[in-house]
Design a protein around this ligand. Structure first.
Ligand SMILES: *Cc1c(COP(=O)(O)O)cnc(C)c1O
Length: 361
């Protein structure tokens, strides 16, 4: 059997233990005589799986009781519409900070349903930093304030949250959920596609403060109304059963093998530091993000020559470091080092980068 180091921005690596458990349980889940893939979502066995997934997520993320956890589909991209349909219903206004492509998509979609305001943007420097905010420019009566907490494509993350007072802070946390502790009580709503740090594609998790449920615009499709899913414990229709089950295994791994999110953070910081330290000392490679806003999960870098970048990506793949090409909008390289990437994956990548540097400088 061969396993490569997969630096993909998503779908991404899963912990080997999770994959092995899933393989062991594939044909007969806990004596049920069925695969989780085959089970009725209304069965007692499956009810146990989804309930345990939610309780593990609540425990690992320390989610307060006045928040609902929803297991949905449609990806983080559907949330770009679902959030305004459900929340942009008071003043009909919302504020956005444009820190990359996903944040911009959330803004553009919201602009179809109400007054979407851009309070800051880092587009002027290819989103290589998190802009400083001036709270006097925030919309006082906004229904929500939207940020993308970790910018997957550009490799930046928010280290200090905007102070939005009574305006609910909403964050896309697709590429940083479960990578370090988050104070959920600072937010009105958090959402994430699962395929970066939680499990396979097909599951989208929404964590929403209860008082924000129940105010959707009247033309909101039933499936796009948070109330529908909150009232039915994410069982209004068939949930993404198997993806939820894998998410349960991932959460179990974080809780019991890693030891929780503080430990996960230490592990991720150690891992990212290996690559950032090398980038800061290299004569060939350099990181593209200002040091104070660097992501722990997505690390873009360049050589300065498109030709050398392409050569590096090709040779890296031949050495089983796969999916390290940068996003088409940035070029260069990007190493996504989510929770499941082992430290040795980054150590070996850096060793390979050193060899490449020596051969090409
Ligand atoms: C991957 C990603 C998305 C898109 O997620 P889908 O589940 O494919 O819709 C949105 N936002 C961020 C921050 C992402 O990393």
């Amino acid at each position: 059997m061969k396993r490569v180091y997969n630096f993909s921005a998503g779908p991404s690596m899963l912990p080997e233990k999770v994959l092995r458990t899933a393989a062991d349980e594939m044909l007969d889940y806990h004596g049920s005589g069925q695969s989780v893939m085959e089970m009725s979502h209304r069965s007692k066995v499956y009810d146990g799986i989804i309930k345990e997934t939610e309780s593990l997520l609540r425990e690992v993320m320390n989610i307060p009781d006045n928040y609902k956890v929803l297991f949905l589909q449609g990806g983080a991209s559907s949330q770009f519409a679902m959030v305004p349909l459900n929340l942009m219903t008071g003043s009909g206004k919302a504020d956005f900070v444009l820190t990359g492509q996903w944040a911009t998509k959330a803004y553009k979609e919201a602009a179809r349903y109400g007054e979407a305001n851009v309070v800051a943007s880092s587009k002027d420097k290819t989103f290589s930093y998190i802009p400083k905010l001036d709270p006097s420019t925030f919309t006082k009566d906004a229904d929500y304030f939207h940020i993308c907490l970790n910018n997957t494509i550009y490799g930046t993350k928010w280290n200090t949250l905007p102070e939005t007072g009574n305006v609910p802070l909403v964050a896309d946390i697709s590429s940083c959920i479960l990578s370090e502790p988050i104070d959920v009580s600072r937010f009105g709503l958090l959402y994430a596609g699962a395929q970066k740090n939680m499990g396979p594609a097909g599951l989208t998790v929404v964590i929403i403060r209860e008082d924000l449920i129940g105010h959707a615009k009247d033309f909101t499709p039933t499936m796009f109304n948070y109330q529908t899913h909150a009232d039915n414990d994410s069982m209004f229709n068939t949930p993404p059963c198997y993806a939820i089950y894998i998410c349960k295994l991932v959460l179990d791994w974080i809780k019991n093998d890693i030891g929780g999110l503080e430990k996960m953070k230490e592990f991720n910081e150690k891992k990212a530091k290996i690559l950032y330290d090398f980038l800061d000392s290299s004569k060939l490679f350099k990181g593209t993000v200002v040091p104070e806003d660097r992501s722990l999960m997505n690390i873009p870098f360049v050589t300065g020559s498109e030709e050398l970048d392409a050569k590096f990506v090709k040779e890296a793949a031949a050495h089983d470091f796969v999916n390290i090409k940068g996003h088409r909008s940035v070029g260069g390289m990007r190493a996504s080092v989510y929770n499941a990437m082992p430290i040795e994956g980054v150590e070996k990548l850096v060793a390979f980068m050193k060899e490449f540097e020596a051969a090409n400088l």
